[in-house]
Design a protein around this ligand. Structure first.
Ligand SMILES: NC(=O)c1ccc[n+]([C@@H]2O[C@H](COP(=O)([O-])OP(=O)(O)OC[C@H]3O[C@@H](n4cnc5c(N)ncnc54)[C@H](O)[C@@H]3O)[C@@H](O)[C@H]2O)c1
Ligand SMILES: O=C(O)CC[C@@H](O)C(=O)O
Length: 525
């Protein structure tokens, strides 16, 4: 039974779902880094919010970990490259808290416009400072949205409802989408010059780090108000403080900070600054959504192999997963066969799909073939990290789905080049489920993949098979199945012998010494 650890405060619905799906679960919110490192080896899955930091040090100890599920959007608390290298799927829940976070951004904008937090504190203190808190209207004002994805688009929609004019800067926003949303797509400088309020909704990546800095803040309209409900690090806090002190920026509302948890910050205590402790996603509805979704997604992956909302591997839907499984096994075995026969570094790999295979989600099949191919190089390779392994080793990878007549109902062909050698193997699914080899190096043959298979290439001469059988018999090796093929009469013959036990090197050497032998290897599947 797979086992999952929940190390942050997730809605307990997640616990119920894991249990209902037959997954053992430990709910230990607030786990410290060293505690996590000490126990992570015991788990197949780790469910988190933003507090748990899944660092390389954690992943190094995560021997059996298969999936990390982030109940939320940003995965910046997970070392995704290290997880990928380790073969761990990282998934998030991209939509579950979008409305809630957009509502928080709108709330912060309104709080800023009417100085509600300060007025609230003053009134509670019995001051009745009616003249101190003069606000501004939102009606007719320009809202500049930086990053118009899921949350930015919802913020824009709500702002339009408030009769604001919305301009958006997002290099990936198309004109059509902007038109549908009712926003004006503009360049950053234009947004800075026109906006009365600016709200940020991008991920924190190189192109967005400190997107509001001393230079860009200087280009904003005097009296601008800024809302950041996305990620600390998008706004240079020192530059913002200076702009607030000079009065150029009239106010800022921040839910996120460069360093979190933010127990201290240079912006704290300023009159024109509203702050919340990363509450963007904190509504019962959003937390229920993301907990439920992450638990279902993780359970699907652990129990069926279906992958949704992964940030480091292609998706496999729940309907596809059972259909893809035998194809992925076939692709992995074909890749594995080539990997075991390759002597030099692989230069390229091509995966071709024909018949029914050509109609499937091809990326997981390719990833499985790569994983099989590179298994002899590294024990830790799997379909999650195989494409990265290939990239790191400069292996050129290509994938073709052929729309042409095929001798088989379904066929996968894998070709590798290493040095001057090109090797091709092809296989089909017998009865739609059972992987079967149908071609090796251009030689047609039908063979099932046994656990231990002797691979023998030899000159096609009379008496060879008897000698091979004799050598195996003398060594006490029982033959389960014997598969034969050849290029042409008197050409090159190929035997694949499914044997009951592993064959040791001494016996392999004896077989290699038989007359007519070109190559002998023991393959394991
Ligand atoms: N405060 C919270 O609790 C909270 C909750 C949820 C999400 N978030 C954060 O909000 C952010 C937005 O989330 P989302 O779901 O809308 O993400 P999203 O991926 O749907 O949208 C992000 C948008 O940013 C745009 N973008 C990327 N690079 C850009 C650049 N250089 N300049 C301008 N735009 C750029 C993308 O094209 C995309 O449209 C994320 O950082 C997420 O982590 C915070
Ligand atoms: O889990 C949280 O409270 C914050 C989530 C938020 O930052 C996100 O990126 O989804």
């Amino acid at each position: 039974m797979p086992k999952v650890l929940i190390s942050d405060a997730l809605s307990e619905r997640a616990v119920d779902i894991f249990r209902e799906r037959g997954i053992e679960v430990d709910y230990k919110p607030g786990m410290k880094a060293d505690e996590l490192i000490a126990v992570i080896a015991n788990y197949d899955g780790l469910a988190i919010r933003s507090a748990t930091k899944v660092t390389e040090a954690v992943l190094e100890q995560a021997g059996g970990l298969k999936v990390i599920g982030r109940a939320g959007i940003g995965v910046d608390n997970v070392d995704v490259p290290a997880a990928t290298k380790k073969g761990v799927v990282v998934m998030n829940t991209p939509f579950g808290n979008s409305i809630t976070t957009a509502e928080h951004a709108i709330s912060l904008m309104m709080a800023l416009a009417r100085q509600i937090p300060m007025a609230n504190a003053s009134t509670h203190a019995g001051k009745w400072e009616k003249n101190r808190f003069m606000g501004v209207e939102l009606f007719g004002k320009v809202l500049g949205v930086i990053g118009c994805g899921n949350i930015g688009a919802i913020v824009a929609d709500r702002a339009l409802g408030l009769k604001m004019k919305v301009v958006a800067f997002d290099p990936f926003l198309t004109e059509d989408r902007a038109q549908d949303l009712g926003v004006e797509k503009v360049e950053l400088d234009e947004l800075l010059a026109r906006a009365d309020f600016i709200t940020l909704h991008t991920p924190l990546v190189d192109s967005t780090r400190n997107i509001l800095n001393a230079d860009t803040l200087a280009k904003t309209k005097p009296g601008v108000r800024i809302v950041n409900c996305a990620r600390g690090g998008l706004v240079d806090e020192a530059a913002l403080k200076a702009a607030l002190e000079s009065g150029h920026v009239a106010g800022a509302a921040l839910d996120v900070f460069e360093a979190e948890p933010a127990k201290e910050n240079a912006l704290f205590g300023m009159d024109n600054v509203v702050v919340t402790p990363h509450l963007g996603a904190s509504t019962s509805e959003a937390q229920e959504n993301v907990a439920l979704q992450v638990a279902e997604q993780m359970a699907d992956y652990l129990l069926t192999g279906a992958i949704s909302n992964a940030v480091n591997v292609p998706s496999v839907s729940a309907e596809e997963a059972p259909r893809l499984k035998p194809y992925m096994l076939l692709a992995e075995q074909l890749g594995s066969m080539l990997g075991q026969l390759t002597v030099e570094g692989i230069g390229s790999v091509t995966v071709e799909l024909e018949g029914l295979a050509a109609q499937l989600n091809s990326k997981p099949i390719l990833a499985a073939a790569l994983a099989g191919l590179m298994k002899p190089i590294s024990d830790s390779v799997n379909m999650v990290n195989a494409p990265t392994f290939a990239r790191q080793r400069d292996i050129a990878v290509s994938l073709t789905a052929h729309d042409r007549d095929c001798d088989y109902q379904t066929l996968i062909r894998v070709t590798t080049t290493d040095g001057s050698q090109t090797r091709t193997v092809a296989g089909t699914l017998f009865g739609g489920r059972q992987p079967r080899l149908v071609e090796v190096r251009g030689i047609k043959m039908e063979a099932d993949f046994g656990t231990h298979m002797l691979y023998v290439r030899n000159r096609d001469e009379p008496g060879f098979i008897g000698k091979l059988g004799g050598a195996l018999g003398e060594a006490g090796i029982n033959i389960a199945s014997f598969y034969l093929g050849r290029t042409e009469k008197g050409g090159v013959a190929l035997s694949l012998v499914d044997v009951d036990a592993k064959i040791d090197d001494a016996i392999l050497q004896r077989i290699r010494a038989l007359p007519g032998v070109i190559r002998v290897e023991l393959l394991s599947f």
